[in-house]
Ligand binder design. Structure first.
Ligand code: NAP
Length: 293
């Protein structure tokens, strides 16, 4: 067994058979993907380990994956779009979205997928029926693109609002949907509102881009930020009797889909969610080098 359980202490055995996975991005220090995926490997008794690679060298990292036989990689800011032309193959949804957050190393062929889209869809479907509903997406970055495409495919009437008009209009054009400038949101009505910007996350924890008066009783409001779990938007929406969804559900579901793509196994969702919730409640751990030991 790769993991030995002794009371609360979990010790991992790494040996010549250990399979390596990771996340590449810059910066990466905030990522809870290692916590989540190592908890999943542990729960399933797999001899595998998942590490964080802080790198701007995307091409070097992909070569390294092939050379070292790294079986799977999560891709995060700022590489999700740039990685697409560098891969050997890209699945249809990721190609249409124009961003991949997951790579599977299939015997030396690197294949890209987008699990952000499916993660968001599953988090929403747990709380509401989607077909025929309207959704206002705040933001026009990688996450907004993934969510916009999957919602359209599931019969949702999408609208996009964004700070940069050019980027917002570009996404609206790709989705064939209306664009609303951020400062013209006051009279917008929608069944579902999703914040896909980092506004509400540290150091912008007290900020919110959404005017309070558009949050109506019975609306569904999702913030894909999961740190903090309760953003200013989520708190405001709850006070106005909206149904709220924080970013943890999407994060766990997109990770579960990655786990399935990499291992072919169903993901231990409860263990993954518990590990991330615990990490969000504990102070960050320092590496040996950070502590100067
Ligand atoms: P991205 O591609 O960099 O896009 C960021 C978006 O936020 C852009 O539309 C940008 O507007 C907008 N924005 C940034 N700062 C702003 C500000 N101060 N005021 C107004 N708008 C602002 O990032 P991303 O990959 O889409 O990720 C966005 C967020 O989603 C991050 O916080 C990330 O951690 C989170 N996320 C969560 C999950 C999950 O599983 N829960 C998955 C993916 C991402 P402009 O176009 O005007 O710059």
């Amino acid at each position: 067994m790769p993991w030995c359980l002794s009371g609360e202490i979990i010790a991992m055995i790494i040996d010549q058979h250990t399979t390596l996975y990771g996340v590449m991005g810059y910066p990466i220090g905030h990522s809870l993907s290692p916590t989540m995926h190592n908890a999943a490997f542990s729960a399933k008794g797999l001899n595998a380990v998942y590490l964080a690679f802080e790198t701007r060298d995307l091409e070097g990292c992909l070569k390294g994956m092939k050379a070292l036989g790294i079986k799977g990689m999560s891709v995060t800011i700022p590489h999700k779009s740039q990685v697409i032309p560098l891969l050997d193959d890209v699945d249809d949804l990721a190609r249409r979205i124009g961003a991949a957050n997951t790579i599977v190393n299939d015997g030396g062929r690197l294949v890209g997928y987008n699990t952000d889209a499916v993660g968001a869809l599953k988090a929403l479907e747990e709380k509401m029926g989607l077909s025929g509903k309207t959704c206002l997406i705040i933001g026009a970055g990688g996450a907004a693109r993934a969510i916009g495409f999957i919602l359209k495919e599931n019969g949702v009437g999408v609208m996009v609002a964004n700070r940069s008009v050019e980027r917002g209009q570009e996404l609206a054009l790709s989705l064939d949907c209306p664009f609303i400038p951020l400062d013209e949101l006051e009279n917008t009505t929608t069944d579902l509102l999703i914040n896909t910007t980092p506004v509400g996350m540290a150091p912008q924890k007290d900020q919110c881009l959404v005017p309070e008066q558009i949050l109506k009783k019975g609306m569904v409001v999702m913030d894909i930020i999961y740190n903090p779990l309760e953003t200013r938007l989520i708190a405001m929406a709850r006070d106005r009797d909206c149904l709220t969804i924080n970013g943890l559900d999407m994060f766990i579901h997109q990770g579960a889909e990655q786990f399935r793509l990499w291992t072919g196994l169903e993901a231990p969702i409860t263990d993954m969610a518990r590990s991330v919730e615990q990490a969000l409640q504990s102070p960050p751990t320092a590496s040996i080098l950070d502590s100067g030991s």
